[in-house]
Design a protein. Structure first.
Length: 435
């Protein structure tokens, strides 16, 4: 891999993809900046690395902390950052090399702890991590890029944000299968995901505490009946589902159309009274779907490998994004929840830019090997991850000379046949080594 500076990576991806064009004043008017391209690239670099504007100004010649802070506050919003992230996701999906890692139909969701100061509305002490802060909750495509990122409190059940990220994803990559760890599942979440057309398949621990449900009181199984408890118990109430199904679909349509947030709905269902008919119906549908998914998980080794590979990918992304956002020892200095969310978006944007650039560099090396007469099989590329850091100059003076250099157009095509990967299970079986 050729040696790269992070400033150069951000500048080149901005030239190629034009994601910087998404930003500007809230009024919608043209930016009254001498060099909007340079200012937006610098701001993305500074905020994405979590250095802070005034600290960054000590390392970047020709710019002040006030200029960087003003641009971040007035020209960047959560909506615009989501659009810029989607631009990079779309560009990455058009690269042939991305086919070595997936087809975009699968996404994995997981959170990682982020340190914050205590005196703000979002910070809580995490029971899981034993320290205060918030959770950066990412939706990572099977092609490695981040489709959507939330910043949520430590005290909420992460599962309620799984559907939210899928619905708010504005890129051309539209996954239909979502994986998560144990935090990403509950009966209402299974139900809502099914009603919205998503296949939720989390990696679940503590199987001894899970209940399998029978379709009727008289149903018995030859080899796995013990999983369902005593005969006559743990039976699905189909009459309740039928009587409430029209209402369930109305709720699902309301979520799909944005009339109600999926996270708000799932919070209410999770804490709602069991006597509530809507809660009970969601629970029954969830029991059906989760039982089916658990049985699939038990009998399909390839599926288990895919789930493990997908969740490993999110863990690898968490480490890679934290390597990108090294500033301020990883502590989010902003106390405003909106600004904290923007910090996560900036980091996701910068991380996706590095992933996209790494993918281009990998593809160029493959072309060179092909020209030298090497035989490159698609299975060989599955083992390679774009979460590469050894060739990136992480510290030192951040020169701005790359901002004025317009790169040559990049090549999306690669003379490798990736069809066998879609026919088999190569990606799932080998990703564990790549991550």
């Amino acid at each position: 891999m050729p040696e790269r500076s992070r400033m150069g990576i951000v500048a080149r991806t901005a030239y190629w993809v034009d994601w910087w064009q998404r930003f500007g004043p809230a009024s919608g008017n043209e930016a009254k900046l001498d060099d909007p391209f340079g200012r937006y690239v610098l701001t993305t670099f500074v905020k994405g690395t979590n250095m802070g504007p005034h600290e960054a100004a000590r390392h970047i010649p020709g710019v002040s902390g006030h200029e960087l802070a003003y641009t971040a506050n007035r020209h960047f919003s959560i909506v615009l950052l989501n659009e810029a992230i989607a631009d990079l996701v779309n560009a990455h999906a058009r690269l042939d090399i991305s086919q070595a890692w997936g087809d975009g139909t699968t996404v994995a969701a997981d959170g990682t702890h982020m340190d914050t100061y205590l005196d703000n509305l979002l910070a809580e002490t995490s029971v899981r991590y034993g320290k205060p802060g918030g959770i950066a909750y990412h939706h990572i495509s099977d092609t490695y890029v981040a489709l959507f990122t939330h910043f949520i409190p430590c005290g909420v059940w992460e599962a309620v944000y799984i559907i939210e990220g899928l619905l708010k994803n504005s890129s051309e990559v539209k996954p239909t299968t979502v994986h998560a760890d144990t935090q990403g599942q509950s009966q209402p979440v299974f139900a809502l995901a099914h009603l919205l057309g998503f296949d939720l398949m989390p990696r679940i621990r503590n199987w001894k505490g899970l209940t399998f449900y029978r379709p009727s009181k008289t149903t018995e199984y030859v080899h796995i009946d013990a999983q369902f408890g005593e005969v006559g118990n743990n039976v699905i109430d189909w009459d309740l589902i039928e009587s409430q199904f029209r209402h369930l679909m109305k709720v699902a349509v309301s979520v799909r159309e944005g009339a109600i947030s999926s996270s708000t709905l799932l919070k209410r269902l999770r804490s709602g009274s069991k006597k509530n008919a809507t809660y009970a119906a969601f629970r029954e549908v969830g029991r059906v779907i989760r039982t089916v998914q658990l049985l699939r998980y038990l009998c399909d080794p390839a599926l288990r490998r895919r789930v493990t590979a997908a969740t490993n990918k999110t863990e690898a992304f968490n480490g890679f994004s934290q390597w990108i956002g090294f500033g301020n020892r990883g502590v989010i200095a902003d106390n405003d929840p909106v600004e904290q969310e923007k910090v996560m978006k900036f980091n996701a944007l910068l991380t996706n830019a590095v992933i996209f650039h790494n993918a281009l560099d990998i593809a160029e090396i493959v072309r060179q090997l092909l020209e030298e007469g090497w035989t490159i099989e698609p299975e060989d590329l599955v083992h390679i991850s774009p979460y590469l850091t050894e060739h990136i100059n992480r510290f030192g003076e951040y020169s701005t000379h790359d901002l004025g250099i317009q790169p040559e157009a990049y090549e999306t095509k690669l003379d490798v046949d990736f069809t066998p990967l879609r026919d088999g299970d190569q990606t799932a079986t080998t990703f564990g080594q790549a991550a």
